[in-house]
Design a protein around this ligand. Structure first.
Ligand code: HEM
Length: 433
């Protein structure tokens, strides 16, 4: 069997410098991948950020890595990520334990439950936009706040402001260095103490709200005898996974909303078509009425714009896995324990599937695509469980925004973080209707 092609770069740093330089460029890791794919093919080895790793791309590799059939691979978190997220986080479990956890936390994210929170998110979008007219707002900053409130309100934190400040310290996500790792642990301890307080208040009947936390607590309420029940989460599992949902859902939705607004600014024809869809919805409403659940579920062009945003921005540029056993891919042998990354940017920019891939064109999603060619929310057993919530939040927000905003400036610089974000936070002006 052939040896995997590629270069491990210089000792210690490997190819980290070129990787990081490309990562923070407007085209992101695409140029790093493209150069190597041209030289070595779809599977190549490298050493970045202190790790020997195999990068692979294409629909075949996606299928193998994302379906992870017969326990072939597991999720590959950075060491600090593992410590910060807690041992029973969905992101730390594999196989049957992972399946069980997903089943137990799926309900509050299901369509039926989202229907109950819908009005809350609706009001949040209206209130936020009402404060914007006439002033320049930084989309990334505002989207982050909206997303945080909307996610965390579902957990109903009475001391939200404080929690938001802590979250904003970004210590929970400290994934790159050891010093960050210690901060992450501290931030996690503080958040857990707060969660303990909130959960115990709720169980004592204080601060009741019909929300995400309530659904979770009701579902996982202990029986009168307090005996262990296989179908219920323990308190530790509950806390680990509330934190996991906050971490996994916050920056991703914020980034998606910000990129979407930036792409609209750069593509006036798309903005016009999108406006048309929303103006028509708005025109059917009487004064004082708000967006309805039926309307938000019938926005076909908006859905295509969201998908095209996730394709073009590919905010999670690669998905990381670890081989749980030896296996073969494209004629190369992958050994147990190796880290392998699926290069999603190249999949999303494959000119055979997406002609003129740099163009922002929502009509690409007019027809269904072949499996594994669009991975905005992933695929397989680890596909994003927050997909419906994320789409709902973005669609509601876009509905109120799209009729009254004006793009300000074009700037394609990016912030080199795990989740790709526009660096200048994308300033816009919102005009009164
Ligand atoms: C536009 C916003 C979002 C995008 C683009 C996104 C994207 C993704 C992707 C691509 C994955 C799969 C990663 C992989 O296979 O390695 C994923 C997993 C995940 N997402 Fe999302 N996500 C978004 C919003 C959310 C929200 C709102 C939540 C929670 C409320 C959430 C919770 C999670 C969790 C917990 C996982 C891990 C699932 C598992 O390992 O079983 N995401 N997301």
């Amino acid at each position: 069997m052939e040896e995997i092609p590629g270069s491990l770069g210089s000792p210690v740093v490997g190819e980290s410098f070129s990787f990081l330089a490309d990562f923070s460029s407007p085209s992101g890791v695409y140029s790093f991948m493209k150069k190597r794919q041209q030289r070595y093919g779809k599977v190549f080895k490298t050493s970045v950020l202190g790790r020997f790793t195999i990068f692979m791309t294409g629909r075949e590799a996606s299928k193998i890595l994302l379906t992870g059939k017969d326990g072939l691979v597991s999720l590959n978190l950075f060491h600090a990520g593992k410590q910060a997220l807690g041992p029973t986080s969905l992101l730390q479990t594999t196989g049957e334990a992972h399946k069980r956890l997903r089943r137990l936390i799926a309900e509050p994210l299901s369509i039926d439950c989202l229907k109950k929170y819908f009005q809350f998110i609706n009001m949040l979008a209206i209130q936020t936009l009402d404060q914007w007219p006439g002033r320049t707002v930084l989309v990334l900053k505002e989207a982050s706040t909206v997303e945080f409130w909307s996610l965390s309100q579902k957990c109903t934190f009475p001391i939200l402001k404080k929690l938001q400040l802590q979250y904003k310290e970004r210590k929970v996500l400290g994934v790159f260095s050891n010093s960050m790792f210690h901060l992450s642990n501290k931030a996690r301890d503080r958040m857990y103490a707060m969660l303990d307080y909130i959960i115990s208040r709720r169980r004592n009947g204080e601060g009741f709200q019909k929300d995400f936390l309530e659904s979770l607590l009701m579902k996982h309420r202990k029986g009168a005898d307090g005996a262990h029940d296989e179908n219920k989460l323990t308190d530790t599992q509950l806390k680990d996974n509330i934190l996991t949902l906050l971490v996994a859902g916050h920056d991703t939705t914020t980034a998606a909303l910000t990129w979407l607004i930036q792409f609209l600014g750069e593509n006036p024809a798309v903005l016009e078509q999108l406006r048309e869809e929303h103006v028509q919805i708005q025109a059917k409403r009487k004064d004082g009425e708000y967006l309805t659940w039926a309307e938000v579920n019938n926005m076909p062009y908006t859905t295509k714009v969201i998908h095209e945003t996730l394709r073009r921005a590919t905010i999670l540029p690669w998905f990381s896995r670890k081989a749980s056993q030896d296996f073969e891919i494209d004629g190369y042998k992958i050994k147990k324990g190796w880290s392998e990354n699926l290069d999603v940017v190249s999949i999303h920019h494959d000119p055979e599937v997406f002609p003129n891939p740099q163009k922002f064109d929502p009509s690409r999603f007019d027809e269904p695509l072949k499996p594994f060619s669009f991975l905005g929310f992933g695929s397989g057993p680890r596909m994003c469980p927050g997909i419906n919530l994320a789409k709902l939040e973005i669609s509601i927000f876009i509905h109120y925004l799209v009729c009254r905003y004006k793009p300000l400036e074009k700037d394609d610089s990016v912030q080199p973080t795990v989740v790709r974000m526009p660096k200048n936070k994308y300033p816009i002006v919102v005009e009164p209707l």
